[in-house]
Design a protein around this ligand. Structure first.
Ligand code: NAD
Length: 400
């Protein structure tokens, strides 16, 4: 493949405002966007917490609707319910305040309020006809990167399977990333969301290169590029140095700051390169378990990276270095193995489930999970090593 055929595009949220107490920027953002009545999407947990109180203080004098019926791992029904209230109340923008779950509902509600229909009409890529009403994202976890990505993940209530709406039209207009909002995350939420960010950074880093995807396809997830690689490396280094501290010393402001930054940067990387098998596996696994998205990503990550080892040894060596491992004098394969081991050690140290059987998966379910995974083409195509259904079963067996 000639380098002179390597063409890529890069997109992000309209504006990113990062830093402690940047929540106070929200009123001026709304004024600049000429928003009269925003619709705030959150859940009861956040809505009733100091974060809920704080946003109400910040928005004093504004007309807004505060909808706190969001749920973790939301469904198409959650988005439909949100959009109905949004329209009934005459709101003209959405604000996702919470983890990826609330931000994704804010994105889907904006689509439904602008174009009508059902969320499933927009599943897969490039199905949103144009710009929606403004979307503002304010993450309170450090994991999904949804504040800059073109994705809304919802469980399809009819199919029982998660689906993704992927479209550049739903990248938030503004992302306000205020690390102070993450200080209240309990250790388990910190661990599971933090390892999700690592999953984004690693899968983006090792994703198939843009050089090897057809240039004529208008992919949103166009493979890894020189730019996404730089971003992914930065995010991996930040997570390697800060996730344990954020989990075990939740009030450590530097660790929280760095994890918010890492999650944002990982979103900036994977929201262009795309992801791979870890995320493909997570959808059929989510259908069968009540495990959180981050738990599933963290569980599968070392097994998938190990499977990919032969296809990306220099990058796994670099990951080992970013984790502070010494690779001097090691063969290429040994050095790459150190990268896999460093990811596995982090998974174990922060208490992520390490085996599929621990989360209730039965051995006889593995072939069906593999059959459903291989069909998720937008994620499978990004994996650096070509895979067959039989390969997927072997990875699942290793993780079982
Ligand atoms: P979440 O939004 O589901 O939140 C998990 C729990 O943590 C909730 O109970 C929530 O109330 C609580 N919580 C959130 N912030 C808190 C805080 N500061 N203090 C205390 N509790 C807090 O978790 P998530 O991992 O951020 O989002 C998961 C969802 O995002 C899944 O549906 C997943 O599929 C999706 N996702 C989307 C993208 C994307 O690009 N759109 C990427 C990855 C994952």
């Amino acid at each position: 493949c000639s380098i002179m055929r390597n063409v890529w595009k890069y997109s992000i949220a309209g504006q990113v405002i990062f830093g402690p107490d940047t929540l106070t920027e929200l009123p001026s953002c709304l004024k600049k966007l000429k928003v009269n009545k925003p619709f705030i999407v959150t859940d009861k947990n956040i809505g009733g917490s100091r974060i809920g109180l704080r946003i109400k203080e910040v928005l004093a004098g504004f007309d807004y609707v505060f909808w706190d019926n969001g749920i973790p791992e939301p469904t198409t029904g959650t988005a439909i319910a949100a959009a109905a209230v949004l329209k009934e109340q005459g709101c003209d923008a959405t604000i996702g305040l919470g983890g990826g779950s609330s931000i994704d509902v804010a994105k889907a509600a904006a689509i439904l309020a602008t174009f009508g229909g059902n969320p499933a009409d927009y599943f897969d890529e490039n199905k949103v006809p144009g710009r929606t009403i403004p979307i503002i994202a304010i993450p309170t976890t450090a994991g999904t990167g949804s504040e800059v990505t073109p994705v809304s993940v919802l469980e399809d209530e009819e199919m029982g399977l998660k689906g993704g709406i992927t479209d550049n039209n739903i990248r938030p207009w503004v992302a306000i990333v205020d690390p102070l909002l993450t200080l209240s995350m309990p250790p388990r939420v910190t661990a599971e969301t933090g390892i999700d960010a690592l999953g984004h950074a690693v899968e983006s880093y090792i994703a198939v290169s843009s050089k090897y995807l057809p240039p004529d396809k208008d992919y949103i997830f166009g493979g890894s590029t020189e730019l996404t690689e730089v971003l992914a490396e930065k995010a991996i280094g930040l997570i390697a140095g800060n996730l344990r501290l954020a989990v075990f010393q939740g009030q450590n402001e530097e660790a929280r700051y760095n994890m918010s930054l890492a999650s944002l940067i990982a979103g900036m990387a994977f929201g262009n390169s795309g992801l791979g098998l870890v995320h493909a596996f997570s959808f059929p696994l989510a259908k069968r378990t009540h495990a959180s998205h981050g738990c599933l990503i963290g569980l599968m990550l070392p097994y998938v990276v190990d499977f990919n080892l032969t296809a990306c040894m220099p990058k796994l060596k670099r990951i080992a270095e970013l984790f502070g491992e010494s690779v001097a004098g090691l063969s290429a394969i040994e050095a790459a193995g150190r990268g896999v081991a460093a990811i596995k050690k982090l998974q174990e140290d922060i208490g992520i489930a390490t085996r599929l059987r621990e989360i209730g998966i039965k051995e006889e379910e593995l072939p069906a999970i593999a059959a459903e995974t291989i069909k998720i083409e937008r994620l499978v195509r990004g994996n650096p090593r070509r895979v067959t259904e039989a390969d997927l079963i072997e990875i699942l067996k290793a993780a079982f």
